[in-house]
Design a protein around this ligand. Structure first.
Ligand SMILES: Cc1cc2nc3c(=O)[nH]c(=O)nc-3n(C[C@H](O)[C@H](O)[C@H](O)COP(=O)(O)OP(=O)(O)OC[C@H]3O[C@@H](n4cnc5c(N)ncnc54)[C@H](O)[C@@H]3O)c2cc1C
Length: 276
């Protein structure tokens, strides 16, 4: 089986939580390495993340909470880490996170590397720490070189592995991995892949997080307009072909940004599964 992991966001309503349970039941058949749960900047989202994390853990599955440090205090983070440790949660995704627009950064941490260093200082080797990677360069980075330097600093602060921002250009991933390896870092870098459900949504996400939708893909998708069947078919071909290339080129596994939906992930995995 191809190694995979799946990312969820914490649902906002009881109906969303129920839907997520059935999504998880469907995705279980792929025996994921883990399910990760995103973590927003506001306090309310933190509680929702925790509720989703605890539910997945209670089901006996490996759950990986995301932890963003923007605006957070060292004591707040320490308390959360202790809680997770007591619940036998052993892997986390450590992030800086983003402040809602207009807010000014406060808190005890500036960059994700500060958080990674703090987690190691406070908990030793208790956690496997994942961090974020940006094959197409983080949108706030001064330039690609500075972003690579920041990534190397973050790994050297004690991260074990990385998951990338989504992309639709496998060459960007390979070039990034080569650049990281050239800096002496051997840690796994897992491509984050977002299947395309609704093109306008993906285009909006891409704009915000600095991912590129190649022009030819954008033009084809725009041309399909409301023809959701064609968007789905073209998106599935595009993403499955890219995953095949990534795995053939040495990607250790695929991390799916599920957007709390199972069907497209299911179909991509079915297509990329080696025939036995
Ligand atoms: C796999 C994945 C999961 C994510 N999950 C979440 C989530 O759950 N919740 C959420 O809010 N967001 C999430 N994000 C988005 C992420 O929080 C944003 O992209 C955020 O803007 C950067 O977070 P980071 O951890 O990559 O930050 P950092 O690694 O700190 O980098 C942020 C910026 O600062 C620069 N930088 C870093 N260190 C230095 C330094 N020492 N000097 C100068 N510049 C520096 C970097 O080049 C980059 O431009 C996720 C992203 C990915 C890829």
């Amino acid at each position: 089986m191809i190694p995979v992991s799946f990312e969820f966001f914490p649902p906002n309503t009881p109906a969303g939580a129920e839907r997520l349970r059935s999504v998880r039941a469907e995705l279980d058949s792929h025996r994921p390495e883990f399910y990760s749960v995103t973590y927003g900047a506001g306090g309310a989202t933190q509680e929702k993340t925790q509720a989703t994390v605890l539910e997945i853990a209670a089901a006996g599955q490996t759950v990986v909470p995301h932890l963003s440090c923007v605006g957070a205090s060292r004591e707040g983070i320490r308390t959360l880490l202790e809680d997770w440790r007591a619940r036998a949660i052993r892997r986390i995704v450590a992030l800086r996170g983003d402040l809602p627009s207009g807010m000014v950064q406060g808190g005890d941490f500036r960059f994700a590397s500060d958080l990674v260093g703090f987690i190691r200082e406070a908990t030793g080797d208790a956690f496997h720490i994942e961090v974020a990677a940006y094959p197409e360069v983080h949108p706030q980075a001064r330039n690609a070189q500075a972003d690579l330097d920041a990534f190397v600093t973050k790994m050297n602060a004690g991260a074990n592995s990385a998951i990338t921002q989504f992309f639709y250009n496998a060459d960007a991933y390979f070039a990034f991995v080569d650049a990281v390896r050239a800096r002496g870092i051997d840690a796994p870098i897992v491509p984050g892949v977002m299947p395309i459900q609704a093109y306008f949504k993906v285009a909006r996400f891409a704009e915000v997080c600095g991912a590129e939708v190649p022009r030819w893909v954008a033009r084809r998708m725009e041309g399909y307009g409301d023809d959701t069947a064609s968007v789905r078919a073209f998106g599935l071909d595009l993403v499955s072909t890219m995953c095949d290339r990534l795995l053939a080129g040495g990607a250790p596994s695929i991390h799916f940004y599920t957007l709390n939906q199972a069907d497209l992930c299911h179909e991509v995995i079915r297509r990329i599964q080696p025939s036995s």
